[in-house]
Design a protein around this ligand. Structure first.
Ligand code: APR
Ligand code: PHB
Length: 394
């Protein structure tokens, strides 16, 4: 098999890239290890930055999001028995879109298939060859056979556990990593969200987050140790814990059937550079943020806008220079978002074994941030997202 761009992974990064290339007449093939049903059901975060939602609209992927997504003009920070609303609209004139990542994935898969694009499901890339040359090859397993996909460029959009990043010789990349001594236990519940906007709660018992997917579906999280066994957390225990951590005067948490339960480990991770020869990495394949602030999907979209422009230059003008600039452009945003995600995470989580000094310092930080319009503006700028470069995206 041959194509112009071989894309490994049908997550938001790979799917959006294929879609944007198609709109400029550039052909691609996506290889995806899992089935279509699996990737369309996989529950992930659900908050899109202002410009990310605008970008999806701009490239024709916004119709269902506009109908079913929830526009949020702010979030709440709850700590020390108080709740402070961060008014995005008032502070920065921007909002976010609450719309499940798997819904975005469904919209992208449908658009790709309707346009006659190729996504090979249950096709696992196992090896990359010739990355230093002009015709790299992705060797993949599909239906029990080993096959070859030859292209001019390989886009590694295969997430944190994929093979693209690991195919780069160690001497050519540097990775930066930080792990956190806690995880999130998340539930999706058929219950009316107890608040119209998200609540990020810092509590003596640990962090809790109230989020949602629709007016009838709640998405809730509690901080737990990374070694947690879900079997130790029957639904009632989770609800009881959420109730304690989210408690506030007049606040009533609605309970309902739990339809999904999962554990998310927390990690910050960056790869530099994001390119080796004709292999370019995008999204989780290159970086991971802890989920506080919901930046994973947003960062993947930002990478893909740069990658798409680099590929337009290459296929339309034979210009390879943007490949050189690709990492630098992406990393400029990535490190800022790494900082923001780390900051939200460490400000709101309770660290086992931390000094009493640090608990008080954390509360001092929350007081300082919520008491300052300048600090709240900074939070709002980053939460609603740094501006995206829309040039050449049509
Ligand atoms: N061959 C083919 N496909 C693969 C392989 C492989 N060897 N390894 C991984 N994949 C697929 C995965 O099954 C997955 O569908 O690559 C896809 C990667 O998608 P994501 O993990 O969603 O990563 P990305 O597109 O970068 O999206 C980033 O989505 O995953 C969330 O937390 C993440 O919110 C962030 C955003
Ligand atoms: C979610 O709705 O899944 C969500 C929302 C906000 C976050 C993380 C996850 O910071």
């Amino acid at each position: 098999m041959q194509t112009q761009v071989a894309i490994i992974g049908a997550g938001p990064a790979g799917l959006l890239l294929a879609h944007m290339l198609h709109r400029r007449g550039i052909e691609s093939v996506i290889l995806e290890r899992h089935s279509r049903a699996y990737i369309e059901r996989r529950i992930r975060a659900g908050v899109m930055e202002h410009d990310v939602a605008a970008l999806l609209e701009r490239v024709g992927l916004g119709a269902r999001m506009r109908r079913e997504g929830l526009v949020h003009q702010g979030i709440n920070l709850r700590f020390a028995g108080r709740t402070v609303r961060v008014d995005f609209a008032g502070l920065v004139g921007r909002s976010v879109m609450v719309y499940g990542q798997h819904e975005v994935v469904k919209d992208m898969v449908r658009a790709r298939l309707e346009a006659g694009g190729t996504i090979l499901f249950e096709a696992e890339a196992v090896r990359l060859e010739g990355l230093e040359g002009e015709r790299p090859v992705v060797v993949f397993r599909h239906g029990g056979l080993e096959e070859r996909l030859e292209a001019a460029v390989v886009a590694g959009c295969d997430g944190f556990h994929g093979i693209a990043r690991r195919s780069i010789p160690a001497a050519h990349i540097t990775t930066f990593e930080r792990r956190y001594p806690y995880a999130w236990l998340g539930i999706l519940a058929e219950a009316r969200p107890a608040s119209e906007e998200l609540i990020y709660a810092r509590h003596e018992r640990g962090f809790a987050l109230l989020s949602m997917r629709s007016p009838t579906l709640s998405r809730l999280y509690i901080q737990v140790p990374p070694t947690t066994d879900l079997a130790d957390w029957p639904d009632e225990r989770i609800w009881d814990e959420l109730e304690l951590r989210l408690a506030a005067p007049g606040f009533h948490l609605e309970r309902g059937p739990v339809v999904q339960k999962d554990l998310t480990v927390m990690r910050s991770f960056v790869t530099e550079p994001m390119r080796y020869g004709r292999l370019l990495l995008a999204g989780d394949a290159a970086h991971i943020v802890p989920p506080t602030g919901a930046k994973g999907l947003n960062l993947a979209v930002a990478d893909v806008t740069h990658l798409a422009r680099a590929l337009f230059a290459f296929f339309e003008r034979g210009d390879e220079r943007p490949f050189e600039a690709y990492s630098r452009l992406c990393l400029q945003r990535i490190w800022q978002v790494q900082h923001f995600s780390w900051w939200m995470t460490t400000m709101l989580h309770r660290e086992e074994g931390a000094l009493p000094f640090d608990h008080h310092r954390q509360l001092g930080e929350l007081e300082a941030v919520t008491g300052s319009r300048a600090a709240l503006t900074w939070l709002a700028e980053h939460y609603t997202g740094l501006p995206l470069d829309f040039s050449e995206i049509a």
